[in-house]
Design a protein around this ligand. Structure first.
Ligand code: IPM
Ligand code: MG
Length: 356
């Protein structure tokens, strides 16, 4: 078999973690008699520097011709970078939003998992963490307030929050399908006490739920969901929600694991095309220093093997290798505590590769 993978390293530590992951993928390819053909494209700040726009047409073309996209990170330093721009379309982040829309990546899967070896990293009390946390946030990614009509005038501005029945149906199905393979519970998060769009959301999710009689469905307002995630994360299995609420809640869910450097994500379209990227950002302060944690990207590549490339065993083998390396006490600096063996990006990749 042969697959085309578009590689968008992006900014900051993007190149560090993607290069490391490609090392892992090469070994996976060799061991499975598969060929991965990598095609690099520019996205984000580096694309602005080299072409003037955050998502060059070439990049879109490369992605559309590929079976999957592996992305590092986009954007500059939080709180100010040379790419800050009053024109939203010329910011690095616009590259990410653009590629999601261009590829129709409507379903964003963000697993928030506490690895047994990293339990103490959670900022929550041990009695709340219990024997670990495993939540899957399913965020609608190409609709809602992010992509509604926008207007900016001198006296006012607005962003419209709109969902069609079909958009809610398809994301709800992704969530229920995922729940069937997990613990059979879906929490649908919206603000139906205030928003029309949320009342529609709730109605449609209820209708889809009838197709999945085995799955328990709970409706929750977003403000309460923000509290419940901290109070009792074990009540959640799959959370399904719109673009904006999903943006916020997936960060919160990531934080309660305490190890954002470990978290992978997949953004899927109707077909097998998907974009895979770490949940963490570009961390420009540590870029190029061989200290970034590559595990989130490596685990994202495992999701790529599973969802886009039909190589589930290879995906399992990466995940198992990561757990073994953690079990042996190897850590990058971001997840290390006293007594751990601190390794850099490259070394971490090599350790994981050894167990593939
Ligand atoms: C994310 C990010 C993006 C989003 C930004 C960078 C546009 O926060 O992937 O969660 O809001 O979707
Ligand atoms: Mg976000």
């Amino acid at each position: 078999m042969s697959y085309k993978i578009a590689v968008l390293k992006g900014d900051g530590i993007g190149p560090d973690v993607v290069d490391c992951t490609i090392g892992i993928l090469n070994k996976v390819a060799a061991e499975n008699g598969t060929v991965f053909e990598y095609n690099e494209g520019l996205i984000g700040g580096i694309a602005i520097d080299e072409t003037g726009v955050p998502l060059p047409v070439d990049t879109i073309e490369i992605c559309k011709k590929s079976d999957a996209v592996l992305l590092g990170a986009v954007g500059g330093a939080v709180g100010g970078s040379k790419w800050d721009n009053p024109d939203g379309n010329l910011r690095p982040e616009a590259g990410l939003l653009g590629i999601r829309k261009e590829l129709g990546l409507f379903a964003n899967l963000r697993p928030a998992v506490i690895y047994p070896a990293l339990k103490e990293a959670s900022p929550l009390k041990p009695e709340i963490v219990g024997d670990g946390i495993d939540i899957l946030v399913v965020r609608e990614l190409t609709g809602g307030i992010y992509f509604g009509e926008k207007f900016s005038g001198d006296d006012y501005a607005y962003d419209q929050m709109k969902y069609s029945v079909e958009e809610v149906r398809r994301i709800a199905r992704v969530a229920f399908d995922a729940a069937m393979k997990r613990n059979k519970k879906v929490t649908s998060v919206e603000k139906a006490n205030v928003l029309e769009v949320s009342r529609l959301w709730r109605k449609v999710v209820l209708e889809i739920a009838k197709e999945y009689p085995e799955v328990e469905l709970v409706h929750m307002y977003v403000d309460n969901a923000a509290m419940q995630l901290i109070k009792d994360p074990h009540q959640f299995d799959v959370i399904v929600t719109g673009n904006m609420f999903g943006d916020i809640l997936s960060d919160e869910a990531a934080m309660i694991t305490g190890s954002i450097g470990m978290l992978a994500s997949a953004s899927l379209s109707e077909g097998t095309m998907g974009l895979y990227e770490p949940v963490h950002g570009s961390a420009p302060d540590i870029a190029g220093k061989d200290i970034a944690n590559p595990i989130a990207t490596i685990l994202s590549s495992a999701m790529m093997l599973r969802y886009s490339l039909e190589m589930p065993e290879a995906a399992d083998s990466i995940e198992t290798a990561v757990n073994r390396v953690l079990g042996e006490g190897y850590r990058t600096a971001d997840i290390a505590k006293d007594g751990d063996s601190i390794v850099g990006t490259v070394k971490m990749g090599e350790k994981i590769m050894k167990y593939l």
